[in-house]
Design a protein around this ligand. Structure first.
Ligand SMILES: Cc1cc2nc3c(=O)[nH]c(=O)nc-3n(C[C@H](O)[C@H](O)[C@H](O)COP(=O)(O)OP(=O)(O)OC[C@H]3O[C@@H](n4cnc5c(N)ncnc54)[C@H](O)[C@@H]3O)c2cc1C
Length: 291
């Protein structure tokens, strides 16, 4: 690891000043579970490292203005223990539970996971299903964009963040009793499980327990998580009943075939996705009290 100068600002404002001054040669560190590996392996060689882990103003989970706000410095351990999340945001709770080991969950932050935008990252697949928006801030101002827009490669970052920006928060539409959400993944090793295949869904039902709206995402089958308009369209109008939902599983297999046709892993992923998707469907039915 190359030597670097270390900054530990006490406010977001101070952090943004430092980012603005040193933007060509500075790396932000939160929990460090991704960045330290990059520094050790020489993937990043910054002159300055900006430690934002002490910025308590970025550590919050709250509901307001019809949205759930998750501060960038929120760790996966905090998400896992939060009652609002466990009660009303089941797919986020599941993601936090699946994420890494207890040690990684104590350190790893939502901001770090979203900015790393790894193919094997848990939160981007889940946040895409929740129709999340990211909030970015720099000395130049604040901007917001959908996570879909954010997850587009930009040179040294795998997402749309600029050198002088901090990710401030991720926000999603507030839960209500018509929404149900689910997330399932396969990982390589229990409790240190980098995603090998994942899927998330957010379902909205109507008064007759039919699917009014659906967002379905697939993770680890392309550079970034993808939505499946084909599966979403097939789900809309269906009765919330396993017998009626089951035929849609074939479309998951078709999506995997289309996304990774030439990869050897297609052989098990095209079957595996059906198990994950069926698990999500069962979670949704359970949340609605229909099983
Ligand atoms: C053993 C092990 C197991 C893991 N298991 C999983 C897993 O199961 N699922 C999974 O998804 N990931 C996993 N990871 C990856 C990692 O732990 C997560 O991506 C974690 O959330 C990263 O957060 P962090 O705070 O440690 O980020 P850091 O390492 O501090 O930063 C990661 C990147 O984000 C940038 N960054 C961080 N915060 C901000 C911010 N607020 N604004 C702008 N840029 C920022 C940094 O500059 C850096 O580029 C694992 C890692 C290890 C080592």
């Amino acid at each position: 690891m190359r030597a670097f100068n270390f900054f530990s600002p006490e406010t977001v404002e101070e952090a943004l000043d430092l980012l603005s001054q040193h933007q060509d040669s500075i790396a932000v560190i939160a929990g460090g579970t991704d960045l330290i590996i990059d520094l050790n392996e020489g993937g990043k060689k910054p002159d300055y490292v900006l430690d934002i882990s002490q910025l308590k103003e970025l550590d919050y989970i709250s509901e307001s203005d019809g949205m759930l706000h998750i501060g960038a410095n929120t760790t996966f351990a905090t998400l896992e223990k939060n009652e609002l999340i466990s009660e009303y945001y089941p797919a986020i709770a599941k993601m936090a539970d699946y994420m890494g080991s207890p040690q990684i969950r104590e350190l790893g932050t939502v901001g770090g996971n979203v900015v790393s935008a790894s193919v094997a990252g848990d939160s981007p697949t889940v946040f895409l299903a929740y129709d999340a928006t990211v909030v970015l801030q720099s000395k130049r101002g604040t901007r917001e964009m959908s996570i879909e827009e954010f997850n587009v490669n930009r040179g040294k970052f795998r997402c749309q963040i600029e050198d002088d920006e901090l990710l401030i928060e991720v926000k999603i539409p507030q839960a209500n009793s018509n929404f149900a959400t689910a997330y399932r993944k396969f990982g390589k090793r229990k409790s240190l499980a980098i995603v090998v295949l994942a899927t998330a869904m957010r379902i909205e039902r109507d008064r007759d327990n039919r699917i009014k709206d659906a967002r379905v995402t697939l993770g680890a089958v392309s550079l970034h998580p993808m939505r499946s308009p084909k599966i979403e369209k097939a789900l809309i109008g269906k009765k919330l009943d396993m017998e009626e939902l089951e035929p849609v599983l074939q479309l998951y297999t078709e999506e995997i075939d289309a996304a990774i046709a030439s990869r050897p892993s297609v052989v098990y992923k095209r079957e595996g996705i059906r198990g994950l998707a069926k698990g999500c469907m069962m979670d949704v039915l359970e949340q609605y009290g229909l099983v």
